[in-house]
Design a protein around this ligand. Structure first.
Ligand SMILES: Cc1ncc(COP(=O)(O)O)c(C=O)c1O
Length: 407
């Protein structure tokens, strides 16, 4: 399938118009304008996404793949179009490679469970990195435990970058899969996935990339990346919660057993045996999040309408301003200093617990995340139990960056 033709990029980004697209950004918070800097956690939704989901419920609602009547057929066609939109967005070879799931967490669980069952055995190794989100650790731990396999971990240096020489050393004849985060949710590091994929492919090892933090900042072309699985969540791409995507190479998905059994994923059922539906339905048991897929397709259209070049340039400007401002405050310690990064970073403030700092900022209407960000091993690597994390999106402004520094 060919990628959809690129829409003209709004260069430079018209921030006033963009903010008007997001109704919640106009809500005052504690008597001040809301400063929403928790976008790595979840992003706000443009009106077009809200409308796409609400229109489905108010005007088009029916279950898919089940009815011969008009409404059901219409809903099925809309669902299929959403899948085609996602396939074009990722430059997938086919719609059969796009599996709708609840989010990144479910996608990684699906691969770890289903691919793991067929491919992991006693003594085998799964290679991950020290900056994985818990959802890139725990599912693989569970799969390893079930198979008698072991986790191996690529370490992170003081700048918050993966140590590639160590990665090279950690590949062994027992390495069965490499599963790494594309962009760190705590540090903002953009990992050198080209080099990692090359290392893995030269050894015949498949690669899963966790794109949860990539997808709102950078364009993703799965064929260009050369990986085997790519996963992300809709709610981090200005889309609804409860919807996400697993992209996998068709041959790999085809060879994998179903993740869950039930309706929709079958071809023929008897009490003796069941034959399964073809891809991608084999992995979509039960009634899926139909409204979520329509909202996701609408979110993709929204981002494409703005253009990733404009988004990246805008966020770079904001990040430079933030990091420049924060570096003048002696009590602030920034965690890591990766060369290639997106607008996400973690910090601590001397003598102030991150939760207290988060609460003080909240009193000024500033929403940041304080905690371990579901990366406890990475926090341990940097010797901190928790940090304050600020994360940017296309709708943030210079004034909001200055508010955080002042706060
Ligand atoms: C890198 C990364 N992976 C996985 C996840 C889990 O995403 P979800 O909760 O949408 O499944 C997150 C969420 O913060 C994340 O940042």
């Amino acid at each position: 399938m060919k990628p959809a033709p690129a829409l003209p990029a709004a260069q430079p980004l018209d921030i006033v118009r963009v903010r008007e697209d997001f109704p919640l950004l106009g809500r005052p918070m504690r008597g001040r304008p809301l400063v929403y800097l928790d976008n790595a956690n979840s992003t706000q939704k443009p009106r077009s996404v809200i409308d796409a989901t609400s229109r489905f419920y108010s005007e088009q609602y029916a279950n898919i793949h089940r009815g011969v009547y008009f409404l059901s057929q219409e809903a099925t066609e809309a669902y299929d179009r959403a899948r085609a939109r996602v396939a074009a967005f990722l430059n997938a070879s086919s719609v059969r490679e796009i599996v709708f799931v609840r989010g990144t967490t479910e996608a990684i669980n699906l691969v770890a469970s289903s691919w793991g069952r067929g491919n992991l055995g006693p003594g085998d190794e799964v290679l991950i990195s020290a900056m994985e989100h818990h959802s890139g650790i725990v599912p693989w731990q569970m799969a390893c435990r079930a198979a008698g396999a072991h986790l191996r971990v690529i370490p992170v240096d003081d700048d918050g970058e993966l140590i590639l020489e160590e990665a090279e050393r950690l590949f062994t004849s027992r390495t069965k899969i490499l599963s790494v985060i594309h962009v760190s949710n705590a540090l903002g590091t953009v990992n050198p996935v080209g080099a990692l994929v090359a290392m893995a492919r030269s050894r015949g090892v498949p690669v899963l990339l966790d794109g949860a933090q990539t997808i709102s900042h950078r364009a993703v072309d799965v064929q260009d990346l050369g990986c085997d699985f790519y996963v992300f969540s809709g709610h981090k791409l200005f889309g609804p919660t409860g919807i996400g995507v697993l992209w996998g190479r068709e041959a790999l998905l085809d060879a994998m057993p179903p993740y869950q059994g039930g309706g929709n994923m079958i071809e023929l059922v008897t009490f003796e045996t069941t034959t399964y539906a073809p891809l991608p339905y084999k992995f979509e048991a039960g009634t899926t999040n139909i409204a979520g897929t329509l909202g996701l397709a609408s979110a993709i259209d929204y981002v494409a309408g703005i253009g990733y070049d404009a988004i990246a340039a805008h966020e770079r400007k904001l990040l430079d301003r933030l990091l420049g401002g924060l570096s003048t405050i002696p009590q602030v310690r920034l965690i890591g200093n990766p060369k290639e990064r997106v607008g996400v970073f973690s910090m601590t403030v001397d003598g102030v617990h991150p939760h207290d700092a988060g609460t003080i900022l909240d009193l000024e209407g500033i929403a940041v995340r304080a905690g371990h960000h579901c990366v406890q091993p990475l926090m341990a690597r940097f010797g901190v139990p928790a940090t304050i994390r600020a994360s940017l999106a296309l709708y943030n402004t210079v004034e909001e960056c200055d508010a955080l520094v002042a706060g």
